[in-house]
Ligand binder design. Sequence first.
Ligand SMILES: [Zn+2]
Length: 144
Amino acid sequence: MKAAHAMDVDVEAELGRVGIAANKGDFANEDLYTTVDQAVDFINKTRADALAIAIGSAHGYYVETPHLAMKRLQEINKAIDTPLVLHGGTGIPEDQLKQSFKLGSTSSTWPPNILPCSTRRLKISNRSKRKRIIFSACGIIRKK
Ligand SMILES: [Zn+2]
């Protein structure tokens, strides 16, 4: 982290088990989701610039429709100032993606047919120079 920040590079971390969407047990098991305490502890220790959390999404193509833990997302968003990222956006129903953006996700990986995240929803870190990672993530979304 120190090396990246010394070179003015932002770091996005992933905390909890954001597993493989082909394995239902990876995204449907709430015991594997990121907890509020884990997120607070991790950010306090690492000062990561953005944080992907496990709330019921997974990487790849889902074997069945995922159901995001919106309450957990909201709780983590309230507890830390770090922008949150939702990995495994492909295959999450659009209403859930939109709800996740309302509750705290600032960007997602490769969500199809979703409106780009709007800057007014972005939760920018207190460290003011650390905004680029969010905007670059939005740029990826817009290209899709
Ligand atoms: Zn990931």
